[in-house]
Design a protein around this ligand. Structure first.
Ligand SMILES: Nc1ncnc2c1ncn2[C@@H]1O[C@H](COP(=O)(O)OP(=O)(O)OP(=O)(O)O)[C@@H](O)[C@H]1O
Length: 360
């Protein structure tokens, strides 16, 4: 669907054909609160970009500015190269249809059947009934719900309702699928199946997806890139596995912390600075560094006793990313330096967390 190229005040600026959305220096204040404090971000064609932030970080405001429901105080929003800031409500409507939204609470019409819900965006566009039903059937097949076409939402499970929500969001062939906490109301197993479906749609249809979430697990599962928003600012942005491997900001570390190995609290509470019977190291490895036989090579190269206290290697975008907590016995400063130098030379990040008086 291409937009009419009318001689009206629509500001067209080429942003490169690959950008579906581009935000430039977006600011939005509510009284003393800067909900968005200079957000610049690009959603590239065909990618899954995740935006993650805690409650109050500015995610909803960002979405509202993106689809023109909220006007930014300053900055620009480009949808497929078209700046929306100066568009009237009427001019915004066709642009809004370029963004299909999947909602946390599904937002299905209970008095309409599944196929009517899916076809609704096409009805609003004034498409003929036969075309609407054909498209609904195609989309219900895509989301695996063909047999529920005539059912009503009340008879569906949460996961099935969300599949209908996804089918409806795709009905008008949007340029961008915006998933607004789409799995936050679902149990873990249903969440996995919905995320698998979104990834499948992205791969098969080449559809660009913007995932808004407060859950790092959602980002880890299917996003290509991630942007972390905090207090209205993008504090970190990058390829998902690289951000996982080497988070730069405190907020990112804490968001990742919920799904990465942590030092057990009973050991953490016994840590003291200075010296002790054992030194506890945190070792972060990713990519090549996580593929080798790091610990056995360490034991072969450096004398001493090394014990794995806690840890594991996860796979993010097919890349190994791991955190290991290692207890090094009887380590003096020189020995410890030997251990950390060996590990760092092998591409690991090493942090001395502290010491414990006796074995952990
Ligand atoms: N209409 C409004 N009036 C006043 N303050 C607002 C309004 N909308 C948002 N805010 C404030 O702006 C900040 C960002 O809010 P926003 O709803 O965008 O965050 P969020 O990341 O979506 O949070 P959540 O995950 O809880 O929905 C918050 O401090 C919020 O209180």
């Amino acid at each position: 669907m291409s937009l009419p190229n009318r001689a009206d005040p629509i500001h067209i600026q080429p942003t490169g054909r690959e950008d579906v959305v581009r935000l430039v220096g977006l600011k939005r204040r509510f009284g003393a609160t800067a909900a968005l404090d200079g957000v610049s971000l690009t959603v590239r064609k065909g990618e899954i970009l995740g935006i993650i932030g805690r409650s109050g970080a500015g995610k909803s405001t960002l979405i509202r500015c993106l689809n023109g429901l909220e006007r930014a105080n300053s900055g620009e929003v480009f949808i497929e190269g078209r700046e929306i800031g100066r568009l009237s409500e009427r001019e915004l409507q066709p642009l809004r249809r370029r963004i299909g939204v999947v909602f946390q609470h599904f937002n299905l019409l209970s008095a309409k059947t599944v196929e009517e819900n899916v076809a609704l965006p096409l009805k609003i566009e004034g498409r003929p009934r036969a075309e609407r039903l054909a498209r609904a059937a195609e989309l219900l097949q895509l989301v695996g719900l063909s047999e529920k076409a005539r059912a009503y939402p009340a008879s569906l499970s949460g996961g099935q309702k969300q599949r209908v929500g996804i089918a409806r969001a795709l009905a008008a062939r949007p340029a961008l699928l915006l998933s607004d906490e789409a799995t936050s109301a679902l149990d873990p197993e249903t969440t996995r199946s919905i995320l698998t479906l979104l990834k499948d749609i992205n791969s098969r249809l080449g559809l660009t997806i913007l995932l808004i979430t407060h859950e790092m697990e959602v980002i880890r599962s299917i996003a290509d890139r991630v942007a972390v928003i905090d207090a209205g600012r993008i504090v970190e942005e990058g390829t998902v596995w690289q951000v996982f491997a080497n988070p730069k900001s405190e907020i990112t570390r804490s968001l990742i912390g919920s799904i990465r190995p942590q030092l057990p609290s009973e050991i953490a509470s016994r840590l003291v600075p200075g010296e002790g019977a054992e030194t506890i190291l945190r070792i972060d490895v990713a990519g090549e560094a996580a593929r080798g036989a790091l610990l056995s090579d360490l034991a072969a190269a450096v004398p001493g006793q090394f014990r794995l206290v806690q840890g594991g290697v996860d796979h993010v975008q097919g890349q190994p990313v791991g955190t290991l907590f290692l207890a090094v016995a009887g380590a003096g400063a020189a020995h410890l330096a030997q251990v950390t130098t060996f590990l760092k030379d092998r591409g690991a990040r090493v942090e001395v967390l502290g010491h414990v008086a006796g074995p952990v």
